[in-house]
Write a protein that binds this ligand. Structure first.
Ligand code: AMP
Length: 540
């Protein structure tokens, strides 16, 4: 016997429609690429998304056509999210920080029909266009007055939108239709497309709002620092209209000073971003001797959040850190670290240690850890193995079958090595490719980086395995010092004593000017391993 409840499909257009009806005067504020602040409301965003839907239809965009974007976080990008998905097309956010060759590959692989770009990316677009023959139109996301001169025959976003009425009824779509597309760059091979559906996006948006996840509400002012081209800004452009939170978009200015200015002027309560972005912000706040007036919490994920950063945010500035873990393939949220009531009675040291974990699975994400033979390992907080996940917002296959069947017995192998404890808290010990294998035992590069980051002179640290004749591999620590700070190799190594097992202490330290990062802000360890493969460890 079936239940007798309505079977209304979960459609993304319902989010902006709801925000318009119930939070019509709530603001969306954007720092624009053209300069200055743009301010309007959910009602305006809904109206212009409908105008855009009419414009796309007039351009001949059909259901499942891919609409590419090369754009910062801003109101026009938001309109493309809803205008394209709302008519059944696929919003394909492209990461402009990738190499032009990678972007060309991605745009062609996705078969983007139109590509919308912020003015910042005009030089990039001019480079791409000759190699992306399938793109029927390049749309500059600006108004007539700011249209640049270009060798390309560009379309103007505002002209497109203004040429069409807002008289548009969102079609009712099969909730399993594709809604958006995001490519993930593995360390090897070509980037692979993760194709989200309306259903997966809405379920993920609901889950993200839960109190023990991001705890979003109509009383929040959300500033996603994480770009809308990085897993849909972790779903915030969907979760914010779901609850009616005010949205603040930082545009291209992601430096500490610009962000703090927006945090304060717009009374931001909640933000989200990768650790590297917060390094810059915290340095600025410290240097200026200021704090955060309204910011209550910030989501930090994408790479392990250094414990020292959690302590600075919480102890010095009173901002709660939500340490979260996820992947492009998970839409991206998998776990968030929030306490259970029992933990509130723990000692401070115990609570701090717990916060360094990546957190508990949100309902909708099942997790287990397995050994090399695929046997499930105990949830005791000690055993570590390959982390597998499954759930309704997790990839079952990459776009156009790239890379074959990624699943193992119906579970998605994350490529992360982790522990799980009795309370359900997961801790990433490494990326399986980054773990250091020393004398048949594993050393966690993340633990060593976290320990190094607690040193007062260290701005950023990376640990990689270097081939060793006796031990197979031994850790090498690479350090970028804070401006004006100085320390020695010996001092660095001594700093690890008592913080990690003796045999984990790195064999050597190299001080570097800069550490390489991926286009999504993670340490680029493949490059480091390549650069330092000839490094001779003392005593090796
Ligand atoms: P991406 O799909 O580019 O977002 O990368 C996903 C990967 O980032 C995961 O598989 C992890 O290796 C890493 N990652 C994300 N969040 C965290 C975190 N909080 N701690 C450690 N690693 C993380």
């Amino acid at each position: 016997m079936h239940g007798l409840m309505m079977n209304l499909p979960l459609n993304i257009s319902a989010l902006i429609q709801h925000a318009d009806r119930c939070h019509g005067d709530t603001e969306i504020v954007s720092r624009t690429v053209e300069g200055g602040i743009h301010r309007y409301t959910y009602s305006d965003a809904h109206r212009r998304s409908r105008q855009l839907a009419n414009a796309l239809t007039a351009l001949g965009v059909k259901a499942s056509d891919r609409i590419g974007t090369l754009a910062w976080n801003g109101y026009r990008h938001l309109e493309i999210y809803f205008g394209s998905s709302g008519i059944g097309a696929v919003c394909h956010t492209v990461n402009p920080r990738l190499f032009p060759e990678q972007i060309t590959y991605i745009v062609n692989h996705a078969e983007d029909t139109f590509l919308f770009f912020d003015l910042t990316f005009l030089p990039l677009v001019e480079k791409l266009a000759p190699h992306c023959k399938g793109v029927r139109g390049w749309v500059a996301m600006t108004d007539r007055a700011h249209m640049p001169t270009s060798s390309l025959d560009l379309l103007c976003y505002e002209d497109l939108v203004n040429a069409h009425s807002d008289d548009f009824e969102w079609p009712v779509l099969d909730e399993n239709l594709a809604s958006s597309l995001c490519y993930t760059s593995g360390t090897t091979g070509n980037p692979k497309g993760v194709l989200y559906s309306h259903r997966s996006t809405i379920l993920h948006a609901y889950a993200a709002c839960l109190p023990d996840a991001l705890n979003l509400s109509a009383r929040d002012v959300v500033l996603p620092v994480v770009p809308m081209f990085h897993v849909n800004a972790w779903g915030l452009p969907y979760s914010a209209p779901l609850v009616g939170a005010k949205l603040v978009f930082p545009g291209a200015q992601l430096d500490g000073a610009s962000l703090v200015e927006l945090f304060e002027s717009e009374k931001v309560t909640c933000s989200a971003g990768v650790p590297t972005i917060w390094l810059g912000l915290l340095q600025h706040v410290k240097a200026k001797g200021i704090g955060f007036g309204t910011l209550k919490r910030t989501v930090i994920g994408g790479s392990a959040c250094p414990p020292a950063m959690i302590r600075t945010f919480e102890d010095e500035y009173g901002v709660q850190v939500l340490h979260a873990w996820g992947m492009t393939e998970l839409s991206p949220l998998g776990t968030v670290n929030t306490f259970k009531s029992r933990h509130l009675e723990w000692s401070e040291a115990e609570r701090h240690a717990l916060q360094n974990k990546q957190g508990r699975a949100i309902f909708g994400v099942e997790m287990k850890i397995v050994d090399d033979e695929g046997r499930e390992l105990p949830r005791d907080g000690k055993a570590f193995g390959d982390l597998l996940v499954r759930g309704p917002w997790i990839t079952r296959e990459y776009f156009r079958g790239e890379g074959g069947d990624p699943l193992a017995d119906g579970w998605f192998p994350t490529g992360d090595v982790a522990t799980l404890d009795q309370d359900g808290f997961m801790q990433i010990t490494d990326r399986s490719k980054d773990v250091i294998k020393s004398g048949g035992e594993w050393i966690s590069s993340i633990d060593l980086e976290n320990a190094a980051m607690a040193h007062p002179s260290v701005a950023e640290a990376a640990v990689i395995g270097i081939a060793h004749p006796k031990w197979d591999e031994r850790p090498l620590l690479l350090v970028r010092l804070k401006e004006g700070a100085a320390t020695t190799r010996e001092d660095m190594l001594k700093f690890f004593e008592g913080r990690v097992a003796k045999w984990w202490i790195p064999d050597d330290v190299v001080f570097v000017e800069n550490l390489p990062h991926t286009a999504t802000g993670k340490l680029l360890k493949t490059k480091l391993r390549e650069d330092f493969k000839a490094h001779k460890l003392p005593g090796a």
